[in-house]
Ligand binder design. Structure first.
Ligand code: FPP
Length: 222
């Protein structure tokens, strides 16, 4: 969800208002996602490196996250959305942590879409922790990193073309899309267009493309 700051600055607004606009965009995308065939949606709301930002921006983001969790929980319940949070929890403000736990508990029955907010998240940190937890047991390593299937489609808005420590293990075969659209301007129509392009990509996962259909081969031999 990159580009909130630039969106605000280009309108001579404080960056926090860009994040607020970004939260509105997320509401619209979550609403549109199930109809586009998405079953799991993970969004990068706050990276572990974002603690390096000025204190006022960090505070505004943390408050916004708590508000989002409170205000969206009823909508998630109504729409069958399961909300969960990935990332470190030990550095979250107690009020935010309480909001996370409430939202997760109340929406755990949602089956239409699994919305995962990455907060104080670092993929390298998640991999390091899984390595420690699994204690050399290869079978326990992957489940210690994630409990959802690998990423199929990864979209970064805002024009940058890097992964910035996001879902590095899970994205081994993800199809990557980079768009210059700033996150607050990203619409369900933008998502629909990317999903269509994704459906046209040939995914081989390291194998060879499938052989042509028998009928086509037979015609070619004749
Ligand atoms: C990166 O854009 C975005 C973030 C660090 C925060 C993302 C947060 C939101 C979209 C809103 C809050 C989220 C929820 C779930 C309520 P940037 O600020 O780095 O933008 P810039 O690259 O234009 O400066």
């Amino acid at each position: 969800m990159d580009g909130n700051g630039r969106w605000a600055e280009s309108r001579f607004l404080p960056r926090a208002l860009g994040h607020q606009a970004g939260a509105e965009t997320l509401r619209r995308i979550v609403e549109a996602a199930p109809a586009l065939g998405l079953t799991t949606l993970t969004v990068y709301a706050f990276s572990s490196d974002n603690w390096k930002r000025p204190a006022n921006e960090v505070t505004a983001l943390m408050q916004l996250l708590a508000c989002y969790l409170e205000s969206e929980t009823p909508n998630c319940l109504r729409d069958g959305v399961r909300l969960s949070v990935i990332g470190r929890r030990d550095r979250l403000d107690p009020a935010l942590l309480a909001a996370v736990l409430r939202a997760e508990a109340q929406t755990r029955g949602g089956t239409r879409l699994h919305l995962r907010l990455a907060i104080d998240y670092s993929a390298r940190d998640a991999i390091r922790r899984a390595a420690l937890l699994s204690n050399g047991d290869a079978l326990r390593f992957e489940p210690a990193i994630t409990d959802v299937p690998p990423v199929d489609l990864l979209i970064r808005t805002g024009g940058e073309q890097r992964l910035s420590d996001f879902l590095l293990w899970e994205s081994a075969y993800a199809e990557l899309f980079f768009t210059p659209v700033l996150w607050p301007d990203f619409t369900p129509a933008c998502l629909r267009k990317i999903v269509r392009q994704f459906q046209l990509r040939h995914r081989k996962f390291g194998a060879l493309p499938p052989p042509p259909l028998v009928g086509q081969t037979a015609r070619w031999l004749r």
